[in-house]
Design a protein around this ligand. Structure first.
Ligand SMILES: *Cc1c(COP(=O)(O)O)cnc(C)c1O
Length: 371
């Protein structure tokens, strides 16, 4: 699905030098590379505060802790997502309130959010799934009306631009009260291990986020509340600084791949290629298609046998996962999410696919339908 070795080889000298410099400096934790990366990312995202942390799941958890959410508070999020989003809600003993998504963009449904609000609702966590922003303008309006926090799960859409109806443009993750992202190796901005970050334009909140991520410490060895230990390594920061400079180039390569797939599959009735949302650019974390009247397992096996990887993101909705079984929900409650889980399939999406590989992938897919 991803070829991180070829990508590394194109910048090997630069990466090797940067990594060795960190090792030689011995500034392994919170060293100058971490501060420099933080500043680079603040400037790229045009956001006041970036707080690096250990991974994207921590970023979400720290965000919720910093907002002072308490057990029993309801947090609305999309049912069609990676489990981390709901996991931290559960871990903090908040109540996850799942809502359905838009069948075309795969992102959280605005009407479903409105219908899910109760007096206990405290926050909305939209996920910018597969590389495209959720409808943030409407979400921010709902949040304002009901006095709710918005935490953007931006693990899949770093670099995407959201355009408001007045023409203002903002980077994904910088629109809500807090944005959370992941630098897991296969993400659009990935390091060579684990990493994550939290973004905010709120100075006070930034201060609390830094304290939560550092054992609830207000000054050295003084702990005013229980926090966590979540840091980005200096080595990972050094890698990320180099890759951040290429992030827009990477997004362009991903879009070219998507266009190649779109063109190749446009006449196959059983394939619905991804929809574009007009208020967001797409950074194609995943290229996810919907199948119509196709045995998905059969297609996947056919592709696997011909060395074309294909993945299902995501096969099971959250409300049908054992860990999240809840009296409030049953099969059939989320028709769109359940339908998507049964018929989406994702093809290889990364920065290093050349025309020869793309031709092989698309011809193999087409040959399945022309058998
Ligand atoms: C990857 C991902 C996360 C978690 O990131 P980690 O760094 O793996 O903890 C959270 N939310 C979404 C939508 C993701 O894709």
């Amino acid at each position: 699905m991803v070829d991180l070795v070829s990508q590394y080889e194109k910048m090997q000298e630069e990466i090797d030098t940067a990594v060795l410099n960190v090792i030689r400096s011995s500034a392994y934790i919170n060293g100058p590379e971490v501060k420099a990366f933080q500043a680079d990312l603040e400037s790229y995202l045009n956001v006041d505060h970036v707080i690096p942390c250990a991974n994207g799941t921590d970023a979400l958890q720290i965000a919720m802790m910093a907002l002072g959410l308490k057990p029993g508070d309801e947090v609305i999020t999309a049912n069609f997502t990676y489990v981390a989003t709901a996991e931290v809600i559960g871990l903090l003993q908040l109540t996850p309130v799942l809502v359905d998504v838009d069948p075309n963009t795969f992102n959280i449904d605005v009407e479903a959010i409105k219908a899910a609000i109760t007096p206990k609702t405290k926050a909305i966590v939209p996920v910018h799934l597969f590389g495209q922003c959720a409808p943030m303008e409407e979400i921010m309006a709902i949040a304002k009306e009901h006095n709710l926090y918005v935490i953007e799960d931006n693990a899949q859409a770093i670099g995407a631009d959201y355009t408001f109806s007045d023409g203002r443009v903002a980077k994904a993750g910088t629109i809500g009260d807090i944005g959370a992202t992941s630098f897991f190796p296969s993400k659009n901005l990935g390091c060579y291990g684990d990493g994550g970050a939290i973004f905010t334009n709120n100075e006070e909140l930034a201060q609390v986020i830094r304290q939560v991520a550092n054992h609830g410490q207000t000054r050295q060895y003084y702990h005013d509340f229980i926090g966590v230990n979540s840091r980005l390594d200096s080595i990972q920061a050094a890698v990320l600084r180099i890759k951040l400079r290429r992030l827009d180039e990477y997004a362009a390569a991903r879009n070219k791949t998507a266009e190649f797939y779109n063109e190749a599959f446009k006449d196959i009735d059983q394939i619905e290629t991804p929809s574009y949302f007009d208020q967001s650019t797409h950074v194609f974390h995943q290229y996810t298609m919907k199948l119509k009247g196709v045995d998905r397992d059969e297609l996947r096996t056919y592709l696997m046998e011909r060395d074309v990887p294909a993945m299902i993101y995501y096969p099971v909705p959250l409300h049908l996962q054992k860990a999240y079984v809840d009296d409030r929900y049953k099969a059939g409650d989320f028709p769109i999410t359940e339908d998507l889980c049964s018929r989406v399939i994702s093809l290889p999406m990364q920065t290093e696919l050349d025309n020869e590989q793309l031709t092989y992938i698309t011809e193999t897919v087409k040959s399945f339908f022309n058998q």
